[in-house]
Design a binder for this molecule. Structure first.
Ligand SMILES: Nc1ncnc2c1ncn2[C@@H]1O[C@H](COP(=O)(O)OP(=O)(O)O)[C@@H](O)[C@H]1O
Ligand SMILES: *[C@@H]1O[C@H](CO)[C@@H](O)[C@H](O)[C@H]1NC(C)=O
Ligand SMILES: *[C@@H]1O[C@H](CO)[C@@H](O)[C@H](O)[C@H]1NC(C)=O
Ligand SMILES: *[C@@H]1O[C@H](CO)[C@@H](O)[C@H](O)[C@H]1NC(C)=O
Ligand SMILES: *[C@@H]1O[C@H](CO)[C@@H](O)[C@H](O)[C@H]1NC(C)=O
Ligand SMILES: *[C@@H]1O[C@H](CO)[C@@H](O)[C@H](O)[C@H]1NC(C)=O
Ligand SMILES: [Mg+2]
Length: 594
């Protein structure tokens, strides 16, 4: 089994939490923080993109957590699309001031904890797209402030509790695609929801869906209570499950702890605990596909080389998988991206799509040279960019990047993206513009990487990619809501990227979040005070006022909350060329004659 660095971070976090909870329970974190740590302890897997620091005094800076600014009580818990698996801790019920609970589109299983009925301030519950089972707790009917309840696309069974009819403020209700049975309560607010709230439950009946209930006394009549036998049975099952899931959680945690210890130990000690995985990938009948004779090697040569790769050759790890450095015998170097999990029946789609991506060549795009189709993984072969990612350059070696270098990188990224949007056929929406997807060559020229990959890996049914959501700070508001990517969502991300390059700070840097903002919120605040120039990194040498103003003007338009107000990438490139770069020829002569 190959485990990449990011995953290790996630595992380590679990370890730290476990140790903290077992040994150091008296640590001074707020009670809400404790409830969240308890929630996190029941999470046994994630995409590794959440780092909650248990040593913080309160959880207010944790990703996905929002607090009331004065009371510091948790009001939002919002971590959708993070591949979280495990059960939902009953301790969520301790978050007395919680208004929004958004854990949708993860892999949670087990029951919906009835303790949620204690969170009396809840206005929105989003749990759709998990594997939750058991019945819908009666107690949810206590949530008098609740406006949105979406528990669709789970494995819930049993009746819809009549208590939900008490939710007077409910405006959105969705229990679609579960295994619910019986009459839909018609007393109270549920009477006004239509078929689209109930689709995909074989056993429901009621006026709302135009199915008459057979009066055989099996289900609750339209006016009667749920049968107590079913409820009791549900309870028994519930406590049984609780025990099992508690045991499973403890077991999983111990396992994780062991793996943490052992794996990290091995990883650190020998640097290659399990180098065979790639070899195994390619040994079982892999084939190499090359584009345009772009790779002057035989399939056999490449596969032989792939078999020698191991952890030592890892150069990066991200949402899409692991990246290895692939050095051929003739001295050419490539970057090999290994993507493991794939939907089934996916191969042909994948190949067609890669064919398109492989045909795109541009000075400001990272060249995809070929791919290897193995039974267990997909291996994409790209040009290796010796300058690494802009993310690293900005946040680890920022002294490298003076004003001109930063402008030049922004220009390159804009041209690469404009090419994808306007000059490719079919047009390509990148969907994951962020600083780690802008790579730098030896001369600090930018190249856009990973274009089109997000689409490849998107969930076919929902058309919502679970991967892009890892990079919250860059996502346009309408994209977060609808999950639909457009050229304008890319433009927004590009605007965020410009702000990141200017400020030297990540979009969700702690200094913004402390103020309850992200980088865009901070910019908007500065704009209202006409202090937008202050967003620039004080470490950055050679800033030029005029081009800064012009660039800020572009960035402000790009991160507009309404897509129509954002410029196209074509327009962005035009403005950058004419107003931001405005290279003064004498400058060039001066510097080159020095
Ligand atoms: N073609 C490449 N050349 C050099 N380094 C690369 C290349 N592709 C990826 N990397 C490095 O590997 C890291 C992980 O890449 P990736 O898996 O795309 O994840 P992400 O883009 O989310 O960081 C990048 O941040 C970068 O440092
Ligand atoms: C929920 O409220 C009940 C009654 O107020 C209380 O007994 C119980 O401990 C609470 N549960 C949690 C998890 O806070
Ligand atoms: C919550 O709901 C349960 C069952 O519907 C009920 O017995 C209980 O009294 C309610 N608690 C509060 C505090 O309203
Ligand atoms: C349902 O809708 C009708 C018409 O809009 C309204 O008069 C009625 O009060 C609603 N019923 C409930 C329980 O909200
Ligand atoms: C409920 O969810 C289903 C499945 O996700 C969806 O098709 C349906 O449109 C939703 N209904 C409402 C009212 O949101
Ligand atoms: C309910 O179904 C019947 C028969 O299928 C149909 O004639 C009727 O128009 C439907 N009513 C509504 C409100 O959909
Ligand atoms: Mg990438």
């Amino acid at each position: 089994m190959h485990i990449c660095l990011m995953e290790w971070q996630g595992l380590w976090l679990h370890c730290i939490l476990l140790v903290l909870l077992l040994i150091n329970k008296s640590r001074a974190i707020s009670p809400d923080g404790e409830a969240l740590l308890s929630f996190w302890t029941a999470v046994v897997g994630s995409d590794g993109n959440l780092q909650w620091r248990p040593e913080d005094p309160d959880p207010c800076n944790w990703k996905g957590v929002k607090c009331d600014s004065t009371t510091k009580r948790v009001i939002h818990l919002s971590i959708p699309y993070h591949k979280l698996s495990g059960s939902l801790s009953p301790d969520l019920g301790k978050l007395e001031y919680l208004r929004i609970l958004a854990l949708h589109d993860n892999n949670f299983y087990g029951n919906i904890p009835s303790e949620l009925g204690n969170c009396s301030k809840l206005q929105g519950i989003y749990l759709q797209g998990n594997y939750l089972s058991g019945s819908i707790p009666n107690e949810l009917g206590n949530l008098s402030e609740l406006e949105i309840l979406d528990i669709s696309s789970n494995s819930l069974s049993g009746y819809i509790p009549p208590s939900l009819g008490n939710l007077d403020k409910l405006v959105t209700f969705n229990v679609s695609t579960n295994f619910l049975i019986g009459a839909i309560p018609s007393d109270g607010v549920l009477i006004n929801f239509t078929e689209s709230s109930f689709v995909g439950n074989r056993g429901l009946c009621g006026r709302q869906i135009n199915v008459t209930c057979k009066d055989d006394g099996g289900g609750p009549g339209t006016n009667s209570q749920s049968p107590t036998s079913a409820q009791n049975q549900g309870r028994k099952k519930y406590s049984g499950r609780l025990l099992i899931s508690a045991l499973a959680t403890v077991g999983a945690l111990l396992l994780v702890a062991l793996m943490c210890f052992w794996g990290c130990f091995l990883y650190k000690k020998f640097g290659k605990n399990d180098g065979k995985s790639l070899a195994m990938d390619v040994s079982g009948g892999a084939s190499i596909v090359m584009f345009h004779g772009d790779l002057p090697y035989s399939s056999k040569d490449i596969i032989k080389k792939l078999e020698t790769l191991n952890e030592e050759h890892i150069i990066g790890c991200g949402g899409f998988g692991t990246v290895y450095k692939l050095a051929m015998d003739d001295g050419s170097i490539f970057a090999l991206k290994r993507i493991v999990k794939m939907n089934e029946g996916f191969d042909r789609f994948f190949e067609r799509e890669l064919e398109i991506l492989g045909s795109i060549k541009h000075r400001y795009l990272v060249n995809l040279r070929g791919y290897c189709n193995s039974p267990t993984s997909k291996l994409l072969i790209y040009d290796f960019l010796p300058g690494g990612s802009l993310d690293e350059a900005l946040h680890e070696r920022s002294e490298l990047l003076d004003w001109d270098a930063r402008l030049n990188i922004i220009m390159g990224a804009a041209k690469g993206l404009a090419y994808l949007h306007h000059d490719c056929s079919p047009r390509i929406i990148h969907r994951d513009i962020k600083s780690s997807n802008i790579l730098l060559d030896g001369n600090l020229e930018a190249r856009v990487s990973d274009f089109g990959l997000a689409k490849l890996l998107e969930d076919e049914e929902s058309h919502i990619t679970t991967i892009v959501a890892g990079t919250f700070g860059y996502l346009a508001p309408e994209y977060m809501q609808s999950g639909r990517a457009t050229e304008k969502t890319d433009v927004y991300s590009f605007g965020v990227l410009v702000l990141e390059v200017l400020s030297g700070k990540r979009p969700t840097d702690a200094s913004f979040i402390e103020k309850g903002l992200n980088i865009v919120g901070w910019l908007n605040f500065l704009v209202t005070e006409n202090r937008q120039r202050e967003i620039v990194d004080p470490q950055c040498d050679g800033v030029q006022g005029d081009s800064l103003d012009a660039l800020l003007c572009v960035a402000i338009q790009c991160v507009s909350s309404s897509p129509e107000e954002r410029p196209t990438m074509h327009r962005v490139v035009q403005v950058l060329e004419s107003e931001v770069m405005t290279p003064c020829p004498s400058d060039f002569y001066d510097s080159s004659s020095d």
